[in-house]
Design a protein around this ligand. Structure first.
Ligand SMILES: [Zn+2]
Length: 235
């Protein structure tokens, strides 16, 4: 029997970042590891905004909570009284419980996908605005989805997300000081954010002096989404 090849996934890169705090992610993965099969958690999500424009630049899951639930190899049902208790506890700690906007669950040893039951669960969690959902498995495959409930229910089933590693206090300053003391850099002034013209000049120069082979140059152009002509006449 021949297995049908599944189409490769191609998660959508949103205009905002979807992030999960590293410690929160590890916490959830611990529960995923312990569970025989499925397990659910609820996450607090912060809307990160640009200081000047006030627009949302990222949705950051800052923490996950485990509530009482019944789980099996292929089902997970959170106890509704326990969810209500979590909301009350958060409010008592002056945490806005409306930030409880991430539902994460594991499929245990199964693949990651959105089942009909998952769709029903996401619909049941409708809050009139938006919800992030995450499905993972013990192999640490993951899929993230973003639902919006207003003005109608729409969702993207597979969006790009990343782990957020917060900088320890003082770490950025210490790295900067050590870098300044030890690294002597050539090349143009600035922080390495080149214009396309500068990037093309830089690539040409590296290729000419042999620092980039033909194949490496082709790979770099592929990665940039450039044609060979773009090198000669930067757009
Ligand atoms: Zn599921």
């Amino acid at each position: 029997m021949q297995w049908q090849n599944k189409p490769a996934r191609d998660p959508v890169q949103l205009g905002i970042r979807i992030q999960i705090d590293a410690v929160a992610w590890q916490k959830f993965l611990c529960w995923v590891e312990i569970a025989k099969g499925e397990v659910s958690a609820l996450g607090l999500v912060e809307e990160i905004r640009d200081v000047d424009a006030g627009l949302i630049t990222a949705l950051l899951v800052t923490d996950f909570f485990l509530v009482k639930q019944h789980c099996s190899l292929d089902e997970t049902t959170m106890d509704s009284a326990a969810v209500a208790q979590l909301i009350a506890d958060l409010e008592n700690q002056n945490v806005d419980s409306r930030k409880l906007r991430c539902w994460a669950h594991s499929h245990g040893s199964m693949s990651v996908f959105w089942s009909g039951t998952d769709d029903d669960c996401v619909s049941g969690l409708a809050n009139g605005e938006w919800l992030l959902s995450l499905v993972v498995n013990k192999k640490r495959d993951s899929m993230c989805r973003l639902d919006q409930y207003h003005p109608c229910h729409l969702y993207l089933s597979d969006v790009v997300w990343e782990v957020y590693y917060p900088l320890r206090d003082g770490l950025a300053e210490a790295c900067f000081a050590e870098f300044q003391a030890k690294v002597i850099e050539g090349g143009p002034a600035g922080n390495g954010k080149f214009t396309t013209y500068e990037r093309a000049q830089d690539l040409n120069a590296a290729h000419e002096r042999g620092a980039l082979t033909d194949i490496e140059l082709e790979n770099e152009l592929d990665w940039l989404g450039w044609e060979r002509d773009d090198l000669e006449q930067p757009f």
